[in-house]
Design a protein around this ligand. Structure first.
Ligand SMILES: [Zn+2]
Length: 502
């Protein structure tokens, strides 16, 4: 009276193969789930019982023990409902043990016996220990993204009929269709702002984190929203990694397709730290910084974000991963994103224009404190975005379109890949002398800056990487010239300049 059904669990964004062992024996009626189940997993008893009765099957009045093995993996959520239900039907002889074949089961049961999708289908199907995987019909397209053989069913009754050979199997999900790509806003919509447009192009070409400081209505958000459209398509591996994160966050929807374009996430400053970096009371869910994996994370009004949220960005900015701890459990989520910050120079917003600031010194100092320190240091590019001239707004000429800029960006990214890095912002310090050697004038320029105490060693490396990107965009592939170093320094002015204090 023992049935063994294969399934899979989700840990972070990793799938883990699971054996669901269902044992039915004589004794006082009872139902126990062992093997590190969480609360939702233990509640399977009520859902499975109602689903079996609604589907016309009996609930065995016997002693039922369900073991989810291995015990070292934490089992979260309702995805084991389906393997438990089928395990019960096999153990009580309603379904023959061999008709399941080499197939894993994943899915939640509704009280009416319907099958429902669960978060993380892509990763779980990918790591299921069998050749085929059966998932709820609604999750069929998502499951097919893992490239495995997928079967679907919409209800427990339909599944049992197919297993017994009484009804044909429902049609498998259609072959993987490339989803339609969302329209991305075009850079030619931005009037004026030549410097801002250029900074966005440099950020895209080199993968440099960008901070834009300027008054409200200057177009900072508009520029930032056009940045993902300048980036090249994701590689197959990047597309799969980002898709797995979105699957774990249950954000792919029924028309799931691979995420081929760099995503843009722009959380509001009132968002909780957990929703930003990942977490949650029951299930550890990836946060906005992971949904932006291989894309762009835009923090609009960055100075308004709570300190804890901004501190939470440090580890992912360094390592491309974030570790989320909840009670005894730790999950790791990928989070390598291009960070774009946008902020006012001071609380009133007009600190950049001489004589226009209405802030009192104390509130201005508090604001300045938020906009300083280690986080600010991680921006390779920090640019002031002044209010657009009326003449520019009314002018008819538009700058280069996103397609034109994207071609220049793609060329610069190809150069970086030839050097063995994904983008210039990730050139290791040890490789700078080799891939971004300085001309003697450029070296002298930087030495003077260092001697004057206006550049620290970390800043020096960042300036050299940006100068490499500027040289690539200008198609100068020899030693870095002084002009590129000077321009890179100009894209990273001192903090007080950005606050309008200078
Ligand atoms: Zn002000």
């Amino acid at each position: 009276m023992l049935a063994i059904i294969h399934s899979a669990a989700l840990d972070g964004i990793e799938g883990k193969p699971i054996r669901v062992e269902v044992h039915v024996s004589s004794g006082l009626p009872a139902f126990n789930v062992v093997g590190q189940p969480d609360a939702a997993c233990r509640e399977a008893r009520d859902r499975v019982r109602a689903a079996l009765l609604s589907s016309g099957f009996a609930w065995p009045l016997q002693r039922i023990t369900v073991n989810l093995a291995p015990g070292s993996v934490r089992k979260v959520g309702a995805g084991f409902d389906l393997p438990i239900a089928i395990g019960l039907l096999v153990a009580t002889g309603v379904v023959a043990a061999d008709c399941l074949g080499d197939c894993s089961l994943i899915g939640e049961l509704g009280l009416d016996g319907s099958l429902r999708g669960v978060p993380g289908i892509v990763s779980m199907v990918d790591r299921a220990p069998t050749r085929a995987v059966l998932v709820p019909e609604a999750a069929g397209a998502e499951a097919a993204l893992a490239g495995r053989r997928v079967r679907t069913a919409s209800s427990l009754r339909q599944l049992v009929a197919a297993l017994r050979g009484e009804e044909p199997w429902p049609a498998p999900p259609p072959p993987l269709a490339e989803g339609h790509l969302p329209a991305e806003p075009d850079l030619s919509d931005v009037r004026g702002q030549l410097y801002g447009r250029w900074a966005v192009e440099v950020a895209a070409a080199g993968g440099h984190h960008l901070l834009m400081v300027g008054p409200p209505g200057a177009g900072k958000t508009m520029l930032a929203e056009r940045l993902p459209g300048l980036l090249p398509d994701l590689s197959d591996q990047e597309a799969m990694d980002t898709t797995r994160v979105w699957s774990a966050a249950a954000m792919l929807g029924e028309q799931a397709s691979l995420i081929r374009r760099p995503p843009l996430r722009s959380p509001h400053h009132s968002a909780s730290v957990a929703s930003l970096v990942g977490g949650g009371a029951y299930r550890i869910r990836p946060g906005e910084i992971s949904l932006a994996h291989n894309g762009v994370l835009l923090l609009d009004e960055m100075a308004e974000f709570p300190r804890a949220a901004l501190d939470g960005l440090r580890q992912p900015l360094e390592e491309g991963w974030v570790t989320v701890c909840r009670a005894r459990w730790v999950s790791r989520f990928p989070s390598r994103f291009l960070l774009v910050g946008a902020t006012n120079p001071c609380p009133c917003g007009y600190g950049l224009s001489p004589g226009c600031c209405r802030c009192n010194p104390a509130s201005k100092a508090r604001y300045a404190q938020r906009l300083s320190g280690p986080l600010l240091d991680r921006f390779d590019l920090r640019v002031a975005i002044p209010k657009t001239d009326v003449a520019d707004l009314m002018g008819i000429g538009a700058g280069d379109s996103s397609a034109v800029v994207a071609r220049r960006v793609a060329k610069a990214r190809r150069m970086a890949r030839k050097r063995g890095v994904a983008c210039n912002a990730r050139i290791p310090v040890g490789a700078l002398d080799e891939v971004a050697p300085l001309s003697s004038e450029a070296a002298l320029h930087l030495t003077r800056r260092l001697d004057a105490g206006r550049l620290n060693p970390r800043g020096l490396h960042r300036v050299r990487r940006v100068a490499r990107t500027l040289a690539d965009l200008g198609e100068h592939f020899g030693p870095i010239r002084e002009a590129d170093v000077a321009a890179a320094l100009g894209l990273r002015p001192d903090e007080d300049v950005l606050r309008g204090a200078a």
